[in-house]
Ligand binder design. Sequence first.
Ligand SMILES: [Zn+2]
Length: 180
Amino acid sequence: MYFYESSFEGFVVRDENRNAVARVAAEADAREIVAALNLVHAMAGRFPGLKGDAADEVGRLTEQEVDGADLVDFIAGQLEWDGDGRFHEAGEAAVPTVVIRPTDRLVCPHCGHEGTPGDRPFTYVEDAELLRPVKGVEDGALLVQAYYEVSDEGGEARLFCPACNRTFPVPAGLQTEFVD
Ligand SMILES: [Zn+2]
């Protein structure tokens, strides 16, 4: 199931493994994305034939008839619309936005390594693009300026654990500050 939480840039939608699937500025947008993703997830569970690869006991693909009225009832049970045309998950009012207190101890979720004190620290890894102006084409060569700018927009940063060589997301609730 998907959920969203506030982040310092706005709101981040996450799956059950806490992977970020969307970042938006407005809470109503986050709510709609969560509702839509959970609806699709729930529909695939309720009407397995929708996936097109549901198989019977002997492995043959099966087609499932989906009654239109059932489908409408199902969707109406999953979503509620506001007066302004926005929608959200039905009954969502009972489930407030999750607020997570930041941890003060950072531990690898895979192996339990504690990578902040000591001599084997975690590495903060982020994807970045190098941007270099193209100067032209000359004698069969693309001329690209050696100097570059760095764009670090977009990619989600993660922490690399030197003990197990795996990465994990920065725990929710923690903000990142870059220091000397
Ligand atoms: Zn580890």
